[in-house]
Every structure is written in C-alpha cells, then in structure tokens.
Design a protein around this ligand. Structure first.
Ligand SMILES: NC(=O)c1ccc[n+]([C@@H]2O[C@H](COP(=O)([O-])OP(=O)(O)OC[C@H]3O[C@@H](n4cnc5c(N)ncnc54)[C@H](OP(=O)(O)O)[C@@H]3O)[C@@H](O)[C@H]2O)c1
Length: 272
C-alpha cells in the first residue's frame, strides 16, 4: 500500500532548480524515493547538464523508470532563458505542481568596500532575481489550476543568513533576506488561493556551497566544518518533501533547520 505522502504526490510534476548538487540533488532523490510508483515526474535544472543527466539515470534505474525525469540546462540568472523555459518543456512535463526554488550560491567573504562587483551581481541575479523570475514563470500554471483560484506549491530555499546577517556575508545575507521577504509577501498575495508558499531556511549544510564560496579552495571549505557535524543535504531534502506532502490545507510556512551544535548563523560549538 502506498504511503500517504506517496498518495499526495500521485501524478504530480516537481520542478527543482539547482538540482545538480547538494540540497537540490538530494531533493530529487527524496521525491523519487517517497513516491516511486505514483506517476511522479521530475524536472531537474541547473547549469551542469552532465551532472543532471547522471542523476536522472540513477533515479530511472532506482525506480525502474517509474519516475520520469526531464533535465534542462538552465542558468536562472538569465531572464531570457527563464522566459522561454516553460514553452520549451515537452508537453507532458508542463503541468507543474511543485516548484522548488533552490538554485543559489555565495561568493567570497569580502567586506565593503572590498566586495567584488561581479560576485555581488551573480549572487543577486541568481538568489533573488532568478528565484523571482522562476516563480513568475511558473505561477500562471498554478493560478489556472482548480476551482479555488489556483493550486500548487512554491518552496523557496532561504537561509539562516536571511534572518541573521553576519560579518563577511553582507551580500549573501541580503539576498536571503530578500528571499524571505518575497516569500512572505507572496504567501499573503496568494491567500485567496490554494497555492502554498513555503519557506525553508537551512543552517549549516555540507554541500558544494562552501567550495563555491572560496572559489574552489577545498581546504578553506573544509575548515568551515572543522570540529562540527553539519547537516547533510538529505536532511534538508526530507524537510522539503515533508512540507510538500502535507494535507492541502496545511502550509509549513516557515522552517529553520540547524545541526545540533549550531545556535545561530555564527554560533557553533566546535569540538577541539
Ligand atoms: N549549504 C548550506 O550551508 C546552505 C545553508 C543555507 C541555505 N543554503 C541554500 O541552499 C541552496 C542550495 O545550495 P547547496 O548548499 O545545495 O549548494 P551547492 O551544492 O553548491 O548547490 C547549489 C546548486 O545551485 C545551482 N546553481 C548555482 N547557480 C546557478 C545558476 N545561475 N543557475 C542555475 N543553477 C545554479 C548549482 O548548479 P550548477 O552549478 O550546475 O548551475 C547547484 O546545483 C542555495 O540556495 C543555498 O543558498 C545552503
């Protein structure tokens, strides 16, 4: 017998941005493993298409092809690419029910006035305008569904950084504060519909995130987690899929997820 979560995902199509690594990748597997025989469809997007294809192949193998996966090379910081995204999808993948706005990044730890303009622009264009453009591209699909003004789930990945700014993170923190504000406004704007707007704010998760922050310097990235046991991307994926599989009238509006040694953005207990 299928679990309640699998039943609630019956016939649904899930779109995940930034699915080539970390939280997005884990979320793809978690949806597939939760509903391997429910006619689930996944659309996985990111810039690294080879990584997406490998994930798609692994999911197809694990689910005996019962979860259909479509991969798209998409840079969310490119507004034109987002504008043509829905129209370019194969017809059987266009009826999207769940959007996971996960693509995001941090670059550097510079403080003003040393912040590199290119880093500032890429963070805002990816984390903020990319997320908003993606939401605007998908919302018409949700608004046209059902008899109560619309149906669908928008799950935005924010961060503890959006609640608590820290030194060396002014731009990243500002982008995630913008995600939080946009998420909360959107929920209010859509209050007369059945569209659920869900915010998920992770604390410290070990992914490629810190490697990207330190421009590929793995030793600097590893130092972020020294003496700590960070969350895994699977931990966050479980929360995302949990939120998406509640009864339709239940909105997990806001979550903050820490590993047990973390008490705030920069308050960590480290074993010596
Ligand atoms: N790790 C943490 O501690 C942590 C904490 C709080 C929040 N978060 C948030 O969680 C989300 C996922 O990050 P992660 O930790 O899983 O890091 P990650 O392993 O580096 O994954 C980031 C994903 O975003 C994609 N991405 C980056 N820029 C993109 C662009 N312009 N267009 C499309 N996709 C893009 C990357 O794919 P490509 O490179 O293939 O494009 C990758 O799949 C981000 O929004 C991040 O801010 C992370």
């Amino acid at each position: 017998m299928a679990s309640i979560a699998a039943q609630r995902l019956e016939g649904k199509t899930v779109l995940i941005t930034g699915a080539s690594s970390g939280i997005g990748r884990s979320t793809a597997f978690e949806f597939a493993r939760t509903a391997p025989n429910s006619g689930l469809k996944l659309i996985l997007t990111a810039r690294r298409i080879d990584a997406l294809r490998q994930i798609a192949a692994d999911i197809s193998k694990e689910t005996n092809d019962n979860v259909k996966v479509h991969t798209v090379q998409l840079d969310v910081s490119d507004p034109a690419a987002i504008r043509s995204f829905v129209g370019d999808l194969p017809a059987e993948f266009r009826d999207i029910h769940i959007l996971v706005n996960n693509a995001g990044l941090v670059r550097g730890v510079a403080k003003a006035p040393e912040i590199v303009e290119e880093d500032m622009n890429i963070m805002f264009q990816t984390n903020v305008t990319g997320l908003i453009n993606m939401t605007q591209a998908i919302l018409p699909i949700f608004l046209a569904r059902g008899s109560e003004g619309g149906e669908g789930d928008i799950i935005n990945i924010g961060s503890i950084a959006g609640r608590e700014p820290y030194v060396g993170g002014s731009i990243y923190c500002a982008t995630k504060a913008a995600v939080r504000t946009f998420t909360d406004s959107l929920r209010k704007e859509l209050i007369a519909t059945r569209i659920r707007v869900i915010g998920v704010d992770p604390g410290q998760v070990e992914t490629e995130f810190s490697v990207v922050r330190f421009y590929g310097d793995k030793s600097k990235a590893d130092a972020v987690y020294s003496g700590c046991e960070p969350l895994t991307p699977d931990d966050i994926a479980e929360v995302i899929v949990f939120a998406a599989t509640r009864r339709q009238n239940v909105v997990i509006a806001d979550t903050l997820i820490f590993p047990s040694h973390q008490g705030a953005a920069t308050v960590m207990h480290r074993k010596s």
